[in-house]
Design a protein around this ligand. Structure first.
Ligand code: PRP
Length: 215
């Protein structure tokens, strides 16, 4: 049996991703006892998991170290990786937005050299380029909401899930860019060379998702 390797993002998508894989007949038991190990194998099912930082999932899949990966659409848009995006998994739902103080609404739409703090510099540049606006991108790795609070930026471009972080910091959504959810990505070569393992898995994921959507 050909072994397949799945890259899973540690963090907010992890539980939903393992629940889906379990429903598709993959034994994710070894993951719950992984501790600090980063590679977990289940020799019986010929599946190996690598546990990586969410923003690195496309890199492992693009390079073929992992055959499949579960990753947010936001990360995929930012990285622009050459992988096949096969399925919208329906979990990890959030919105990609521009946010800031309520009095920034007008500036966010028209200002010259708007300072935008974000974990998504590529998305920010392309979003504002399409609007014909020049911006000053301030790249941060987390707690982006701090930007406007401390005067580092005028607005932020970030994902909003419940909206609590914005609300508790006196910020609001100024513009919604798009909806985001988790996606299943596949290495382009693996889809051909390991199609006999990957295609049945895709089919059972589709079936599980259909059943969930039908409920
Ligand atoms: C994300 C995002 C927001 C927050 C939104 O950060 O960047 O800060 O979640 O969620 P909410 O709308 O439910 O409040 P994350 O938790 O991934 O941490 P980070 O700030 O370290 O990136």
């Amino acid at each position: 049996m050909k072994k397949i390797t799945i890259a899973l993002a540690k963090g907010r998508l992890a539980d939903d991703a393992t629940a889906l894989l379990t429903q598709c007949g993959i034994d994710c038991g070894p993951l719950s006892s992984a501790g600090r190990r980063l590679v977990v194998e289940d020799p019986a099912s010929g599946v190996s998991f690598i546990l990586v930082k969410p923003s690195d999932v496309p890199t492992y899949v693009e390079r073929g170290v992992a055959d499949l990966g579960v990753v947010g659409k936001d990360t995929l848009m930012e990285r622009g990786s050459r992988v096949y995006e096969m399925l919208d998994l329906g979990f990890g739902k959030c919105r990609l937005c521009v946010a800031g103080f309520p009095n920034e609404v007008g500036r966010a739409i028209t200002a010259f050299n708007l300072r935008v703090a974000t974990k998504y510099p590529r998305i920010a540049r392309s979003y504002y380029a399409e609007k014909g606006m020049t911006i000053d991108v301030i790249e941060l790795n987390g707690s982006v909401e701090l930007g406007p609070l401390v005067g580092l930026s005028d607005v932020i471009l970030d994902i909003v899930e419940s909206g609590r972080t914005l609300e508790e910091n006196g910020l609001m959504i100024l513009e919604k860019i798009c909806d985001i959810s988790a996606r299943l990505i596949v290495n382009r070569v693996s889809l051909k060379t390991k199609g006999d393992r990957i295609k049945p898995l895709l089919a059972s994921m589709r079936a599980v998702l259909r059943e969930e959507n039908g409920r």
